[in-house]
Every structure is written in structure tokens, then in C-alpha cells.
Design a protein around this ligand. Structure first.
Ligand SMILES: Nc1nc2c(ncn2[C@@H]2O[C@H](COP(=O)(O)OP(=O)(O)O)[C@@H](O)[C@H]2O)c(=O)[nH]1
Ligand SMILES: [Mg+2]
Length: 300
């Protein structure tokens, strides 16, 4: 039990929204002090909403990490866009994240206008302030105030954990009085197998160039917990073309083996137990463009 009375406890939903690569997933992980959302230097790594729960004595904040907003080219991206719209309309507060720079990116303004339609309160978060000089920060905040009219603008560095306390107290202002929605030991509501698939996907993003990561998706076919011995996980990586399958597997299976090794280490760290990871590669032609395939592969 926490010492606060139920009546001053706050609980609500916060959507993390912003262009690809601004640092949304990094922020969520570092606020939760747990790596839930995968992070890579490539844009559009996050494809589905990832729910992360911050539990503190005075509040429970439920974050919805979303894919970066973009103009859809594939059916997959249309689904990603719907995910963002849903997260925005389900939230008590939207954190619109931008990167610290010389000026505001026109695409950020476009995004802001889009989000504003939902009529939810918006806090502007300027991330990556470790990359700009302190002298530039104040004028940047002034300009952003003028351009957007947003009251609360919070500069942070998600990687350096700078400004996170200020951000948390700003978030709290917007959270409604509520009893916690989840038991305090919960950090997410998504099943372990979702995170296992995400970790494998992250390794693919880290180890291959452009084509393979964006054409890949991962399905967990089997996840057997065992009382004795390691858990057994069988996963299939789906790609769009046979040539991609060849690249993914590599000469004598060497490339895939590296993915498996890296993924297994991180899966074990995440689950806090040992696993046997059995990886397969299969082709599902043009899965990113087909509604049925997307549904079969867990995107909806
Ligand atoms: N320098 C710097 N880099 C950051 C910061 N936050 C995130 N990054 C990097 O930006 C890249 C994209 O981060 P990610 O969290 O995946 O962005 P997302 O697409 O918005 O979820 C990664 O390489 C991060 O390490 C920050 O505060 N400072
Ligand atoms: Mg992300």
C-alpha cells in the first residue's frame, strides 16, 4: 500500500507521438527504467503500440509508445497510422516530441495540427538537448511558444536522463484523479511473446542494411515454459522475397545464427530465465501491402 489516500492518487494515459527517430521509445524505456520498446538508429522501428506503466507512490502513468507518424506508402503504414490515431484519442495527455534543432521542422507543425484535432491537451517535449548548446535552448523554447501556443514545453535528453523529473511533474498536472488501473507490479499488459518477437526484430534492424529490416516481421509459433530446463521458443521471420530469405540466412546460416545469438541473450535478460531459441525464415510475398497477410501477422 502507498501512503497517499486514494483521493489524491492520479492515474491516466499518455500518448507519445512524434516523427520517426525523435526518441519516443528511448524516453519510455528510461522513464520506466526497463527496456520495453525496441530502439534502433533506423526510423520506423516501432510498428505497434507498446504500453508501458510507470508506477510511483502518487501516480500511475500509462504510456502508449507509438510508431513515428508518416505519410503511408504501404498498407502496413496505414495500420501504423491508425495505431497512432487510436492512442491519441484514448489518452488524457499527448506528449508531442521533437528534436532540438535550429528551428521547428515543418513536418512537426503538420503533425501538431493533426494531433490538435483530437482536442486533447498537448505538452511539447524537446528531446536530444545534449546535442545543442545551452545558449540556444531558451531562444528555441521562446520560438516554439510563439509558433505553437503550447503552454508547457519541456526540454529533455532521454539518453542522458536530463529533465525527466520535470517532465514527470508536468505530466502529473494533466493526470486525472483516479485509482490505479493496474496492480503496481505491472509494467505492461502485452504478453511476453510480443516482446520476444520485438527483440528479434530489433536484432534484425541492427544487423542488416535497409531492405531486410523493413521487409521483415516476426511471429512466435511456439512458446513453451518448462518447469525444468530452458523455455522453448520457436519463431519465424517472414520476409517478402526469396532473395531476402537468402540474405537473412547468410552463407551456411552464419548471419541468422548471429541474429539468434544476440536475440537469445536479450530475451533471457528480459524474461530473467534461460531459453532455447529456434529461428526459421519464411517468405510471405509482399506481406506489407496485403491486408490479409497483415492480419495474419498480427498487425490490426
Ligand atoms: N543524442 C541523443 N540521442 C537520442 C536521445 N534520445 C534518443 N536518441 C537516439 O535516437 C535514435 C532513435 O531513438 P528511438 O527511441 O528509437 O526513437 P523513436 O523512433 O522516436 O522511438 C536512437 O539511436 C536513440 O539512441 C537523446 O536524448 N540524445
Ligand atoms: Mg520507437
Amino acid at each position: 500500500m502507498n501512503e497517499n489516500t486514494v483521493s489524491d492518487f492520479k492515474c491516466g494515459y499518455v500518448a507519445l507521438v512524434g516523427l520517426p527517430n525523435v526518441g519516443k521509445s528511448t524516453l519510455m524505456n528510461n522513464l520506466l527504467q526497463m527496456k520495453l520498446s525496441i530502439v534502433t538508429p533506423k526510423p520506423q522501428t516501432t510498428r505497434q503500440r507498446v504500453l508501458g506503466i510507470l508506477n510511483e507512490p502518487d501516480k500511475q502513468v500509462i504510456f502508449l509508445d507509438t510508431p513515428g507518424l508518416l505519410k503511408p506508402r504501404y498498407k502496413l503504414q496505414e495500420v501504423m497510422l491508425k495505431t497512432i490515431e487510436k492512442a491519441v484519442s484514448d489518452s488524457d495527455l499527448i506528449l508531442l516530441m521533437i528534436e532540438a534543432g535550429e528551428s521547428l521542422n515543418p513536418r512537426d507543425i503538420e503533425l501538431y495540427d493533426q494531433i490538435n484535432e483530437a482536442g486533447r491537451p498537448v505538452v511539447l517535449v524537446i528531446n536530444k538537448i545534449d546535442r545543442i548548446s545551452k545558449a540556444k535552448l531558451l531562444p528555441l523554447i521562446e520560438t516554439l511558444h510563439e509558433q505553437t501556443g503550447i503552454q508547457d514545453i519541456v526540454p529533455i535528453s532521454a539518453t542522458k536522463l536530463d529533465g525527466l523529473d520535470q517532465l514527470k511533474s508536468t505530466i502529473k498536472k494533466y493526470m486525472p484523479m483516479n485509482v490505479p488501473f493496474y496492480p503496481p507490479e505491472y509494467v505492461t499488459e502485452q504478453p511476453e511473446r510480443f516482446f520476444v518477437a520485438e527483440i528479434i526484430r530489433e536484432k534484425i534492424f541492427q544487423k542488416y542494411g535497409e531492405e531486410i529490416p523493413y521487409s521483415s516481421t516476426v511471429i512466435i509459433d511456439e512458446f513453451k515454459e518448462r518447469k525444468t530446463g530452458k523455455d522453448f521458443i520457436r519463431a519465424t521471420i517472414y520476409v517478402e522475397r526469396i532473395s531476402q530469405k537468402g540474405i537473412l540466412i547468410g552463407k551456411k546460416g552464419q548471419a541468422l545464427k548471429k541474429v539468434g545469438l544476440a536475440a537469445r541473450g536479450e530475451i533471457e535478460h528480459f524474461l530473467q530465465r534461460q531459453v532455447y531459441l529456434d529461428l526459421h525464415v519464411s517468405v510471405k510475398e509482399k506481406w506489407r501491402s496485403k491486408e490479409n497477410a497483415l492480419r495474419d501477422l498480427g498487425y490490426h
